[in-house]
Design a protein around this ligand. Structure first.
Ligand code: PEP
Ligand code: MN
Length: 346
């Protein structure tokens, strides 16, 4: 249920409404916009009538939210959420670029890549230390040692770290090193993991499951937000379809669709979205043109020798060239680029 307050209604009216909600054993989530203040009512509202609030001073209207996701919905919070971590700014008109290797291989590798990507204009460093692999015998990541290597790259470059957590038992460890905790496609519906990550109170990058609908993605975000963690970034990374030509089918219309459904920022992963190095640039440009709030791109100094996902990883030089296109297209679609560390730092 949401309670929309009248424009310019006094603070005392808002307080009285909040008190009444709380007296019913429910909670509130207040979003104060420039023109409107909206009170989200959380908890079991089945026994609450809209009439309980409609007559109160300062109340303009009371609406029931029918969607299964509430905190994540645009109805609840009309303004865009901006996720900000150091130089990375995603949402609310900002475009943030996260780049790095699929997996952390060694300290020297990740520090060198971080330096090169920062010089090219990246705002955050990605890299998996815990790798969810289809093949149980394939490289599974350096785990906590990998997190330490990422921390070394952050100390060297100042780039915040985006890294994946695959099991609730590792949340505490990963949260000690990560600036943004990534939940991968294979875990989008691992509800215990979502709740545990929500309790870590760190920004989260939530990737769309490979057979998940957009509504299911929003519900997954709701699990995290229900633990009072509001800084969630959604990521379209391609879905499984009948088409086998590309690794996944990158659904770029998820960008405008999700932006209608939710206030959360939406970024695109053109690397997993294509599975092919040669197509990453085209889909990056298309994602920015479609209004994405950010990108997550796999990049490596020697993509051909990458331990994981080399076939879809671009070189740091190609990343630098691609950033020139990103800047141009971002300007056309009215996106400001994060806090650019590059030009000044390089
Ligand atoms: C990754 O980012 O390296 C990854 C495993 O992505 P996804 O979960 O989208 O497959
Ligand atoms: Mn990968």
């Amino acid at each position: 249920m949401i309670i929309v307050m009248k424009h310019g209604s006094p603070e005392a009216d808002l307080r009285k409404v909040v008190e009444k909600v709380e007296a019913m054993g429910l909670h509130t989530d207040i979003s104060a916009g420039e023109t409107q203040t909206i009170i989200g009512v959380l908890g079991d509202v089945t026994q609450v009538s809209t009439e309980d609030f409609e007559g109160m001073a300062g109340v303009e209207k009371v609406l029931r939210v029918q969607k299964p996701y509430k905190l994540a919905s645009r109805d609840f919070r009309p303004m865009d959420t901006v996720v900000e971590v150091g130089p990375l700014r995603v949402g609310g008109g900002y475009l943030g670029v996260i780049a790095g290797p699929c997996s952390v291989e060694s300290e020297a590798q990740v520090v060198e890549i971080a330096r090169r990507l920062k010089a090219a204009g990246a705002h955050a460093l990605r890299g998996g230390a815990y790798k969810p692999r289809t093949n149980p015998y394939a490289f599974q990541g350096h785990k906590e040692d990998g997190l330490k290597m990422l921390a070394a790259a952050r100390a060297e470059t100042g780039l915040p770290i985006v890294t994946e957590v695959v099991t609730p038992a590792d949340v505490e460890t990963v949260a000690r090193y990560a600036d943004v905790m990534q939940i991968g496609a294979r875990n989008m519906q691992n509800y215990l993991l979502l709740s545990e990550v929500g309790r870590a109170h760190k920004p989260v990058l939530l990737k769309r499951g490979m057979s998940a609908t957009l509504e299911e993605l929003c519900c997954a975000a709701e699990y995290i937000m229900a633990e009072s963690s509001k800084q969630v970034i959604l990521c379209e990374r391609g879905i499984r379809t009948f088409e086998t030509h590309s690794r996944n089918t990158l659904s770029l219309c998820a960008v405008p669709a999700l932006k209608e459904m939710t206030h959360l920022p939406v970024i695109v992963d053109p690397s997993h979205g294509t599975g092919k190095r040669a197509w990453v640039a085209a889909m990056t440009r298309a994602a920015v043109a479609a209004g994405a709030d950010g990108l997550i791109i796999e990049a490596h100094v020697e993509p051909e020798r990458a331990l994981t996902d080399g076939f879809q990883t671009i070189s740091c030089d190609d990343f630098a060239r691609l950033m020139d296109d990103v800047r141009k297209i971002a300007e056309v679609v009215g996106r400001k680029i994060g806090v650019c560390t590059s030009a000044a730092a390089a």
